[in-house]
Design a protein around this ligand. Structure first.
Ligand code: NAD
Length: 352
């Protein structure tokens, strides 16, 4: 039973449902704005251009150079384009990389942000920005970073390849699993965590066989909103520290790294956070680590760090880095236990 908690609610407007892309123009006007700079990655440029055609004069132009890890140099170019086109808001269309660029712009010029989220990463509902400069990644948290309007249109996720859907979905689940045992959790974040993981579990089970099933796509996107909201509300622990270390130092792919590490980090904390994790463990047959691993395997997720470019010889350094400046964690961070966790994640063996 909750006896004491604080809950800072993130103010944002969420529009969810098939066909919601059509309301983007109304939302620009609703914000009192008239010229949106549309952001995308090079890969989604055609979609961004289509959106520009749809918006007519409400679109100032397209900047389609969003990259992984939000390089500051790209942000500066985007701001130059924003000013040159006299834009008055940003419209990020894509996943975490594109959303990161919109946040980085808003952090500097306070541009209102509308986000159309097309993966399950969850960045659109957090006031957190990770950016890189001279090879160093830093993270800032500021309400200016939180997007004002988020549009979730499951029709836009129908083309997200199954492998990316699975990795992205498990990445989202990782926010909720860590949120479930966060030191600063509250009853609402805990409810969102369980419902988010449940919805993603159910959605992904269908998506792997029927990627165009709109009901399953809706379920998964709904789950990703909830899991992202947990990330935006409470602090993260060992799992996120491990993934930031692996991604930052060894350049491993982001969502896949989260997907592989999650069963192991959850298993690491299973006993220390047994009560908080119980409702999540129940969703996976009773054991959080083993259950998540079995689920990941059943939906064809990557299971081993060795399969995504990590060398066994790098595991010692990874363990050393992961235990430096640790985030709060329910179980003490012990170097030998973390090294063993990494070994098993590298091999792809089932957590005990
Ligand atoms: P991503 O944005 O890098 O997208 C990967 C690729 O998939 C891109 O080429 C993109 O254009 C493409 N893509 C996106 N949606 C698609 C769709 N529906 N169909 C086909 N292709 C599509 O990947 P991501 O996993 O969404 O984001 C990862 C980044 O987000 C990381 O840098 C991570 O640090 C950041 N992130 C930040 C937060 C936060 O709160 N700050 C939270 C989660 C993730």
């Amino acid at each position: 039973m909750a006896t004491q908690f604080n809950y800072d609610i993130n103010p944002s407007r969420i529009l969810f449902g098939a066909g919601k892309l059509n309301v983007v123009g109304e939302e620009i006007r609703r914000l009192g704005k008239a010229r949106a700079l549309i952001l995308s990655t090079p890969f989604q440029r055609a979609d961004a251009q289509k959106l520009m055609d749809q918006l007519g004069p409400l679109a100032a132009g397209v900047f389609s150079d969003a990259r992984m890890h939000t390089p500051v140099a790209v942000t500066m170019n985007a701001i130059e384009t924003y000013d040159a086109l006299s834009a008055d808001c940003v419209l990020a269309y894509g996943g975490g990389s594109t959303i990161g660029l919109g946040k980085a712009i808003a952090y500097r010029n306070d541009a209102p942000q509308i986000v159309v989220a097309t993966t399950y990463a969850g960045s659109e509902v957090t006031p957190i920005l990770g950016q890189t400069e001279n090879g160093v990644k830093t993270t800032v948290r500021d309400l200016k970073i939180l997007p004002e309007v988020v549009i979730y249109d499951p029709e836009l996720t129908v083309g997200l390849p199954v492998s990316m859907s699975v990795a992205s979905g498990l990445h989202a689940m990782a926010h909720a699993v860590e949120g479930a045992y966060a030191y600063d959790r509250n009853p609402v974040s805990s409810l969102m965590a369980v419902e988010g993981v449940r919805a993603l579990r159910d959605g992904l089970r269908v998506i792997v066989g029927q990627p165009t099933d709109l009901a399953a796509r809706s379920e998964a996107l709904y789950g990703s909103w909830l899991c992202g909201s947990v990330l935006g509300t409470v602090g993260m622990s060992l799992h996120h520290k491990l993934c930031h270390t692996l991604g930052g130092r060894f350049d491993l792919p982001h969502a896949e790294t989260h997907a592989i590490v999650l069963p192991h980090s959850a298993g690491y904390n299973a006993r220390a956070a047994a009560e908080a994790l119980e409702p999540l463990a129940k969703l996976f047959g009773g054991s959080i680590g083993g259950g998540l691993y079995d689920f990941a395997r059943s939906v064809g997720a990557p299971l081993a760090l060795k399969d995504i470019g990590m060398e066994e010889a790098q595991l010692d350094e990874a363990a050393d880095l992961a235990v430096k400046n640790p985030y709060w964690n329910p179980r003490p961070i012990e170097r030998d236990a973390v090294r063993l966790l990494l070994q098993r994640a590298w091999e792809g063996s089932r957590p005990e």
